[in-house]
Design a protein around this ligand. Structure first.
Ligand code: SF4
Length: 468
C-alpha cells in the first residue's frame, strides 16, 4: 500500500480505501501468482451488488492468482485496486466484467485516461492484455472484439482451470498462447474465431467473500441459487441466451448457510420463485430464523409465507414486474402473467402488512393505445384502494435486444417517449410516484447492443467526444 502525494490522487485513494474498509471479509482468499486486475466498470455500489465481482475473484484466487478488484467513478484518474491500492497501470492483465452494455462507455473512459488506444489493432506490445467476460458476451461478443485482446464467452466455471493456468505466466506471449487454447475464448486480434459457449452448474454454489453496507443488499452475503431463466419474456435477453437454466442443489445451498452462520443473505436468481426447491429452502430459512432478501420474484408464484419471511427481514416494500401496462401488452410481451395473479399477490402483501409496493413497466411498443393506458390507471387506482400508502412505478422504454422476439423492432423515438411519460404523469392517481428511465441512456443501450467490431470503437469515440 503506497500513499499518493498529490491531493487529487490522495482523494481517489481515500475514496477506494473507504469502501475497502467497509468490507467485512467472510472468507479470506489469497493468491500470489501473476497480477490480474478485475474491473467492474461501474460504481462501488453496483459492483458490490453483483456477485460476479466477488465470485470471479474467488475462483481465480483459489487457484493461486493475485487478483485485485477495481471499480469506476468518472472522476477517477489513477484507478487504485481495492485490495492493496495499487494503480491499474501496474497490472499486465485487465479483466473486465461487462454486466450492462452502457458500462462500455466507462471502459472506454478508463482506456483513454490510461493512454490505451480503444482499438486493439492500434496497441503496442507493452500495453496490458485486455479480456472481456460477463453476460453481455453471451449475446454479442462481437460488440467488444475490436477492443478486447480476448473475449471469454459464457461462464468462467467451465474453463476456470485452463484460464487461471494461462494467467499465471509472467511473459505476455505465454499468457496469449495459453488463452488461445481455451474453447470459450475468441479473439479477432489473434484470429481465433471459433469458440464454444458453456453455462456453469452452480456446484460449488457461488458465494461472495465479503459483505458491505454500501451494497444494495446492505451487509447481506450474496449466494447464487439459480442461473438463467426458465421464462421467455419477449424483451429479455436472459430468457433466450442463458440456457440451459441451472439451479444450485438445496443441500449445497444449506451447506453454505451452515458454513457461514450468523449472516443475512441476498439470494440471487433470475426469479427466485422459479427455484425448484423453494419450499424446502423456505422451511430451512424459517426454522433457522435466517433473514434474507431476494433479487427478483414473479407475481404468479409469490406465496404468503415468502412475503411474511421477507417482511420479517425489515423489508418495507416489495416489488412486482408486470412490465406490460395492460393484459394485452403483457400477452404481447409473452410475460405469462394475468391481472388476477398480480391482484392476488398484492392482497397477500397487504395481509402480511406491506404498505409500500413498487412496479416495473415497459412502454413504447407500437401496439399500445388509449385502452391500455386506461387499464393501467384503473389498475393503479385499485392498488391505492387496497391501502398501500406508497406505490412507486418505474417506467422504462422498450429496448429491443438481439436474440429476442423483439430484435427487429424499432425503439420508440424520444419525442414519443416523452409525450407518453408526460401523459402518465398527468393521469397518475395521487399516492403513486413515478420514476422514468432516461431516454438517452436507454437509447445508448439499444445502439450498443446492436454494434459489432469496429463500429463499437467509432461509436465510443463519438460518445466520448460529445460528452467532453
Ligand atoms: S424478464 Fe425476468 S422472468 Fe422474464 S425472461 Fe427475463 S429474467 Fe425471466
Amino acid at each position: 500500500m503506497r500513499r499518493p502525494r498529490s491531493s487529487e490522487a490522495f482523494k481517489e485513494y481515500s475514496y477506494v480505501l473507504k469502501f475497502r474498509n467497509s468490507e467485512k471479509i467472510v472468507r479470506k482468499i489469497e493468491g500470489n501468482l501473476g497480477r490480474v486486475a478485475l474491473i467492474f466498470p461501474n460504481s462501488y455500489a453496483i459492483a458490490s451488488g453483483s456477485l460476479a465481482w466477488s465470485w470471479v475473484q474467488t475462483l481465480l484466487t483459489e487457484r493461486g492468482l493475485n487478483v485485485q478488484r477495481f471499480f469506476y467513478e468518472s472522476w477517477f484518474a489513477r484507478f487504485y485496486s481495492m485490495e492493496d491500492q495499487i494503480p491499474l497501470d501496474e497490472f499486465p492483465v485487465w479483466l473486465f466484467t461487462l454486466q450492462f452494455e452502457n458500462d462500455l462507455i466507462n471502459v472506454a473512459d478508463i482506456l483513454v485516461k490510461k493512454g490505451i488506444p480503444l482499438s486493439v489493432f492500434e496497441r503496442q506490445p507493452y500495453h496490458p492484455i485486455i479480456i472481456f467476460g460477463g453476460p453481455v458476451m453471451l449475446f454479442n461478443h462481437e460488440l467488444v472484439d475490436e477492443i478486447a485482446d480476448f473475449v471469454f464467452v459464457g461462464d468462467l466455471e467451465c474453463s476456470i482451470d485452463e484460464f487461471s493456468e494461462a494467467l499465471r505466466f509472467d511473459e505476455k506471449d505465454d499468457i496469449i498462447r495459453h488463452l488461445l487454447n481455451i474453447n470459450q475464448i475468441c479473439s479477432r486480434k489473434y484470429g481465433k474465431l471459433k469458440f464454444s459457449n458453456c453455462i456453469g452448474n452452480l456446484s460449488p454454489v457461488p458465494v461472495a467473500h465479503f459483505i458491505t453496507p454500501f451494497s444494495p443488499y446492505k451487509n447481506k452475503l450474496l449466494v447464487e441459487i439459480g442461473r438463467g431463466c426458465i421464462r421467455r419474456c419477449a424483451f429479455c435477453v436472459t430468457g433466450y441466451t442463458k440456457k440451459p437454466v441451472k439451479f444450485a442443489s438445496l443441500d449445497e445451498v444449506i451447506n453454505v448457510f451452515e458454513k457461514h452462520k450468523g449472516y443475512e443473505y441476498g439470494l440471487i436468481s433470475a426469479t427466485i420463485t422459479d427455484y425448484p426447491y423453494l419450499e424446502g429452502l423456505l422451511d430451512y430459512l424459517e426454522a433457522q430464523n435466517i433473514k434474507f432478501s431476494v433479487s427478483s420474484m414473479r407475481a404468479d408464484k409469490i406465496n404468503k409465507r415468502l412475503l411474511m419471511l421477507l417482511k420479517s427481514t425489515d423489508h418495507h416494500s416489495f416489488t412486482i414486474a408486470p412490465e406490460g401496462i395492460s393484459q394485452k401488452m403483457r400477452d404481447i410481451m409473452l410475460k405469462d402473467l394475468t391481472t388476477e395473479q398480480i391482484v392476488k399477490t398484492l392482497k397477500l402483501g397487504r395481509e402480511v402488512g406491506f404498505k409500500h409496493v413498487k412496479f416495473y413497466y415497459i412502454i413504447g411498443l407500437e401496439e399500445e393505445d388509449e385502452s391500455d393506458y386506461a387499464e393501467f390507471f384503473d389498475f393503479l387506482e385499485t392498488v391505492v384502494d387496497m391501502g398501500y400508502q406508497e406505490v412507486v412505478i418505474s417506467v422504462n422504454p422498450l429496448v429491443p435486444k438481439p436474440f429476442t422476439p423483439f430484435a427487429d423492432r424499432k425503439m420508440v423515438e424520444k419525442r414519443e417517449y416523452e409525450e407518453k411519460t408526460k401523459f402518465i404523469r398527468r393521469n397518475l392517481p395521487k399516492k403513486v410516484k413515478a420514476d422514468f428511465e432516461s431516454y438517452k441512456l436507454s437509447r445508448i443501450q439499444y445502439e450498443l447492443s446492436n454494434l459489432k467490431g469496429p463500429q463499437t470503437v467509432v461509436y465510443l469515440r463519438q460518445i466520448i467526444k460529445t460528452e467532453k
